[in-house]
Design a binder for this molecule. Structure first.
Ligand code: NAD
Ligand code: ZN
Ligand code: ZN
Length: 352
């Protein structure tokens, strides 16, 4: 018996730029030929969802919009061309909802760079609803037995930081400075870094985040709200004081994007991942050249990065703190996020 799918469902809908999200009933969407319909059980709240609502980025937004792109649940319907996934399978919807699969970027496994990419909770409706749609080729299978609440944040935050760490080129035993380590991406970056054999210096603000970062394996914590000389403090925490082999910039403020080169080790990499509004990456040309710094951006991950990031999780290597609240509480989560008060991630539970 295929699952019965209702006509209506609960969702959080952003009706105008700036929000707030409105909790209301909307129709359940129908999957197209190459799509699946997933009954979402849990969905993480990424800072990207807040950027989207606020209209922070130079990228047109769908309105009205159902946000959310860390949704985990069960496939309840599929189109006739949806391959490799069956009704009843556990699966997740990521930021990359779909791509053309035919352009140069898609052909070379760089599908996040596809000009036709569809973005969950941004250009198409996402996972802050009970039933969400994803392209069959892009949804991520979730192995049986994996907890759907804990795995939800892996679908964006986990994949993104795992990819960023790979892009950094840092090797086991080397030191990575994680900027914004106390946030959603940061807490997972700490765990992936540790699982990949890296040593971590965490940078964020406040005691709660300090305790969390230490418990997740950071060797040192530098508090950007307290430090009188952040660059010196970060360098002092690295082996021989030479600086970090890699810097992962996950913060939602511009300043660290202009400081990182100063505490990167010669030959080190600075990887920009956070997306603060109207911000610029800036570095002194002289230092960047004579230290041979590799400055780059990193944007989510491809389908295989998703499989690998999930595999680390399924093997029990990734455990980051999260709090679960009902879908209805999204506005409160956004408020805490705006104030920088969330250590780890919030996960929303969808009504049955
Ligand atoms: P979050 O709000 O959970 O975490 C951000 C953290 O940065 C907070 O802990 C905050 O205290 C910290 N922070 C702020 N200013 C800082 C400073 N000066 N120094 C050190 N830490 C500082 O947000 P999140 O969900 O982890 O997302 C982080 C960013 O990454 C967002 O901008 C989001 O849009 C972006 N993002 C990018 C990608 C990508 O593919 N590149 C994917 C997902 C999210
Ligand atoms: Zn995200
Ligand atoms: Zn493409």
């Amino acid at each position: 018996m295929p699952p019965t799918i209702p006509e209506k469902q609960w969702a959080q809908v952003v009706e105008e730029k700036g929000g707030p999200p409105i909790y209301k009933e909307i129709p359940v969407p129908k999957p197209g030929p190459d799509e699946v319909l997933i009954k979402i059980k849990y969905t993480g709240v990424c800072h990207t969802d807040l950027h989207a609502m606020k209209g922070d980025w130079p990228l047109p937004l769908k309105l009205p919009l159902v946000g959310g792109h860390e949704g985990a649940g069960t496939v309840v319907a599929k189109g006739e061309l949806a391959q490799g996934i069956e009704i009843g399978d556990k699966a997740g919807i990521k930021w990359l909802n779909g791509s053309c699969l035919a352009c140069e970027f898609c052909k070379t496994s760089d599908e996040p760079l596809c000009a036709e990419a569809k973005l969950s909770g941004y250009t198409v409706d996402g996972t802050f609803q009970q039933y969400a749609i994803g392209k069959a080729a892009h949804v991520t299978r979730i192995p049986e037995g994996v907890e759907l609440d804990a795995v939800a944040p892996i679908l964006c935050a986990g994949i993104t930081v795992y990819k960023g760490l790979k892009e950094s080129g840092a090797r086991p035993g080397q030191t990575v400075a994680i900027v914004g380590a106390g946030g959603g991406l940061g807490s997972l970056a700490l765990q992936y870094a540790k699982a990949m054999g890296l040593r971590v210096i965490a940078i964020d603000g406040g005691e709660e985040k300090k305790d969390m970062c230490k418990s997740l394996g950071a060797e040192a914590y530098v508090d950007f709200t307290q430090s009188k000389d952040l660059v010196a403090d970060v360098k002092a925490a690295t082996p021989e004081g030479l600086g970090a082999h890699a810097v992962l910039l996950l913060a939602v403020s511009e300043k660290p994007f202009q400081q990182a080169v100063a505490y990167a080790r010669p030959r080190g990499a600075v990887v920009a991942i956070g997306l603060p509004a109207n911000a610029f990456l800036k570095a002194p040309v002289f230092d960047s050249v004579v230290k041979m710094i590799n400055i780059k951006g990193s944007y989510v991950g491809n389908r295989q990065d998703g499989v690998e990031a999930l595999d680390f999780f399924a093997r029990g290597l990734i455990k980051a703190p999260f709090k679960t609240v009902p879908l209805k509480e999204l506005p409160k989560v956004f408020e805490l996020m705006e104030q920088g008060k969330i250590a780890g991630r919030y996960v929303l539970e969808l009504p049955e």
